[in-house]
Design a protein around this ligand. Structure first.
Ligand code: GLA
Length: 360
C-alpha cells in the first residue's frame, strides 16, 4: 500500500514540476490544489497543497487597508525550486540534526544530509517538496483547511511510517491557527513547524529592521559555526539576543550578523499554550502575536535572501522577511535532556501555534 502511495505521489510531483503557470492555471493542469480562507473581517489566507504552504495572508492595517504580509511566489513551480522554505510546513524534523545522525534505542540512523554536515528541515526531500492531500472545513467560528501526508518508513532514512495532519484555521478573531498532529507505527523522532516569512508592512516593501519584536524567552540554545546547538542553555540577558522587552529587530542585527537563533520559551509547565512573541510594525500599525504549545522558537531574519524574485514582481533581499518558527530544540535527538521529540506507536504528536493579528 505504501508503495502505491509512493508511486502516486511521485506522479503528482512530476505534474507539479511541469506546471509553470499561475495558481489558477496550475489548479486545472496539475494536482497542486489551492485553498482560500476568508473571515468575517475580510482577512484572507491562501494555501497550496505543495508543502501545505501558506502562500498569502491578507491583513488590515490601522486604516483598514489590506496587504499580503507573507513572502511568496506566483506559481507552484517556483515553490518547488525554492530553497528558502517560503511558507511551507517543515518536517519530519524542522531545523538541524547534527551530522544527520542520531541513535534511538541503540540503533543508529543516518539521515539525508543537506546543510553542510547536517540534516536540515527534513532533508533533501522534506515535507515542503511533497503534495499533501487538502480538504476545506467550515464551522460558525472559523474556516479551515486540513492537509494530510503519509511519510513512508525510510523517508530520508527516518524510521516508521508517519501519518501527519496539519490543520490551518482562520478565525473571526483574526487568528491563523496551525495544528500539527502525527502518529507512527515505529518509534521515531518528529519536529514540525511552519516556515512563513513575515513582513508586516507588506511583502516586497522593504526590510523588516524597523519592526519591533518582543520574545518571551529568558534563555536560548547557543550554536556552533554550523548552527547546531553546543548543548548549553544560556541566559539571553546581557546579549544581543535579548528581546524580552520590545526592540527594533535592526537595533543590534549587524552585531550578530543576522538572527538565526533558537529561543527557549518561558512557560509554567510543558505544553502550556503561551505567548511566544509580539511584533509591531510602526508605520502600518499592524501587530502580530505568536502563541504556541511548542517549547521553543527559531528567530530567523532572512539572512540568506539575495535578490529572490517573488510574487507580483517583488524582489526579496537580505532581511526582507522574518520567521518565527515555533518548534522543538534543534538536534534534540542527540541531546536527551532537551524536551523529548520521541514519538512511539500509540501516541499522538500534537502541537498548536497561532498567529494573531491586530492593530495599534
Ligand atoms: C531556518 C534556518 C536557517 C535557514 C532557513 C532557510 O530558519 O535556521 O539557517 O536554513 O531556515 O533558509
Amino acid at each position: 500500500m505504501w508503495e502505491k502511495i509512493r508511486i502516486r505521489y511521485c506522479f503528482i510531483l512530476l505534474l507539479a514540476l511541469a506546471s509553470a503557470g499561475a495558481f489558477a492555471k496550475a489548479d486545472k493542469k496539475s494536482s497542486v490544489e489551492s485553498f482560500t480562507l476568508k473571515n468575517k473581517n475580510g482577512m484572507e489566507a491562501k494555501f497550496i497543497s505543495l508543502g501545505a504552504t501558506l502562500v498569502s495572508l491578507k491583513v488590515p492595517d490601522k486604516n483598514g487597508k489590506f496587504a499580503d504580509v507573507v513572502l511568496g511566489f506566483d506559481s507552484p513551480a517556483e515553490y518547488m525550486k525554492d530553497t528558502n522554505y517560503f511558507g511551507c510546513v517543515v518536517g519530519r524534523y524542522a531545523n538541524r540534526i547534527a551530522n544527520g545522525k542520531f541513535k534511538l534505542y541503540n540503533k543508529e540512523y543516518t539521515l539525508a544530509v543537506n546543510n553542510g554536515p547536517n540534516h536540515l528541515h527534513g532533508g533533501i526531500k522534506g515535507f515542503n517538496r511533497v503534495i499533501w492531500n487538502g480538504k476545506k472545513i467550515k464551522t460558525d467560528k472559523y474556516s479551515g483547511v486540513v492537509f494530510k501526508y503519509l511519510s513512508p518508513a525510510g523517508d530520508q532514512n527516518y524510521p516508521g511510517n508517519l501519518d501527519v495532519t496539519v490543520t490551518y484555521t482562520l478565525t473571526n478573531n483574526n487568528e491563523l491557527r496551525i495544528s500539527y498532529k502525527a502518529t507512527t507505527d515505529k518509534k521515531t523522532v518528529i519536529n514540525l513547524t511552519n516556515h512563513s516569512y513575515f513582513n508586516l508592512a507588506g511583502q516586497g516593501t522593504g526590510d523588516i529592521l524597523a519592526h519591533e519584536l518582543m520574545i518571551n524567552a529568558d534563555f536560548y540554545t547557543p550554536a556552533d559555526g554550523n548552527c547546531t546547538p553546543t548543548g548549553e542553555i544560556r541566559k539571553v540577558e546581557g546579549t544581543d539576543l535579548d528581546f524580552r522587552h520590545p526592540m527594533a529587530i535592526g537595533s543590534r542585527i549587524e552585531k550578530v550578523g543576522g538572527y538565526d537563533n533558537n529561543y527557549v520559551l518561558n512557560r509554567d509547565s510543558a505544553g502550556q499554550f503561551v505567548l511566544a512573541a509580539r511584533v509591531t510594525e510602526p508605520a502600518s500599525g499592524r501587530v502580530m502575536e505568536v502563541f504556541t504549545s511548542q517549547p521553543a522558537m527559531q528567530l530567523y531574519t532572512g539572512n540568506f535572501l539575495n535578490g529572490i524574485k517573488g510574487e507580483n514582481g517583488s524582489v526579496y533581499n537580505k532581511y526582507y522577511g522574518f520567521c518565527l518558527e515555533t518548534q522543538h530544540f534543534p538536534d534534540s535527538p542527540n541531546r536527551l535532556y532537551f524536551p523529548s521529540v520521541l514519538l512511539r506507536p500509540g501516541e499522538t504528536f500534537s502541537q498548536l501555534t497561532a498567529y494573531k493579528f491586530s492593530v495599534q
